[in-house]
Design a protein around this ligand. Structure first.
Ligand code: SAM
Length: 265
């Protein structure tokens, strides 16, 4: 078979390090009876370990050439299904028709990792967990705690929906071609019961966006088009702190207080 030439536009950096591949499979710990969905299997670096574990396995791959190679390599395995599709628009609900929750795994194309994540977060009801290889900086932002340098919109919106566990770093040399950035693997586990439920999730998103567009300003100034200083104070929030010092709970409290106000006659 001819060598595949990596395509930049599909964010193709293929894992070549057997030790890292084993570590990822061990972290996922696939077991028979589970349904695993791999996003962007590429040349199949982690696919073999997942398919051989006897899970029901679905691969979503956008690159037609890679899809046909994967079909050649895995097509005879009964538990293997390949969907040639764009994971950004793919409807996962069709895969859990029997009510079984999905486990998502992927060494993600870094150029689309954030929109892909937000797409997948729409399906938390039918997802057990997600294991992703991402740019290390994105993993740091997702797992950042309130008050830290990396804390922002991504930390809050991901932590709203999931428990976030960074697992281990992966050096650029583990890939071909090596990416320009360092990588890391993380686990996301959607909360079965949200710790801080928002009345209106869309409104929470708008609020968090607005706050972090002006991250150097005080909360009072950054949010002045949304909430008054008095209203912040009545929620027990010091309006002179910066948005990065507001916890997820604070953001949800602000958002919910406005929803309640708006609903009054
Ligand atoms: N999993 C392989 C590995 O670890 O070596 C490949 C990882 S490579 C970083 C990203 C993979 O995602 C490529 O196979 C690429 O073709 C695929 N891909 C890129 N954009 C995609 C999309 N929108 N939907 C599905 N797959 C995509």
């Amino acid at each position: 078979m001819q060598n595949h030439r990596p395509r930049k536009r599909f964010g193709q950096n293929f894992l070549r390090d057997a030790h890292i591949i084993d570590k990822i499979i061990a972290a996922v710990a696939p077991a028979p009876g589970q349904h695993i969905v791999e996003i962007g299997p590429g040349e199949g670096a982690i696919t073999r370990g997942l398919v051989d574990s006897g899970t029901t396995f679905t691969a979503l791959e956008i690159d037609r050439d890679l899809a046909s190679r994967l079909r050649l390599e895995f097509g005879t395995a009964e538990n293997f299904e390949l969907v040639e599709t764009d994971a950004l628009t793919f409807d996962l609900a069709g895969l859990s028709a029997g009510g079984q929750r999905l486990r998502i795994v992927g060494n993600l194309p870094y150029n689309i990792s954030t929109p892909l994540l937000f797409h997948l977060l729409q399906y938390t009801e039918i997802i057990d967990d997600l294991h992703f290889m991402l740019q290390k900086e994105v993993v740091e932002r997702m797992s950042a705690t309130v008050g830290s340098r990396n804390y922002g919109r991504l930390s809050i919106m991901v932590q709203y929906a999931c428990e976030v566990t960074p697992l281990f770093p992966v050096p650029a040399g583990a890939f071909y071609p090596p990416p320009k950035v360092e990588s890391a693997v993380l686990r996301l586990r959607p909360w079965r019961q949200l710790p801080h439920p928002a009345i209106n999730h869309h409104h929470l998103g708008v609020l968090v966006n607005t706050a972090f567009q002006q991250r150097r300003k005080t909360v009072r100034n950054a949010l002045k088009t949304i909430i008054s200083e008095e209203a912040l104070t009545s929620l027990g929030i010091d309006s002179k702190i910066r948005p990065e010092n507001l916890s997820l709970e604070d953001f949800v409290n602000i958002s919910n207080s406005l929803q309640t106000t708006h609903r009054q006659p």
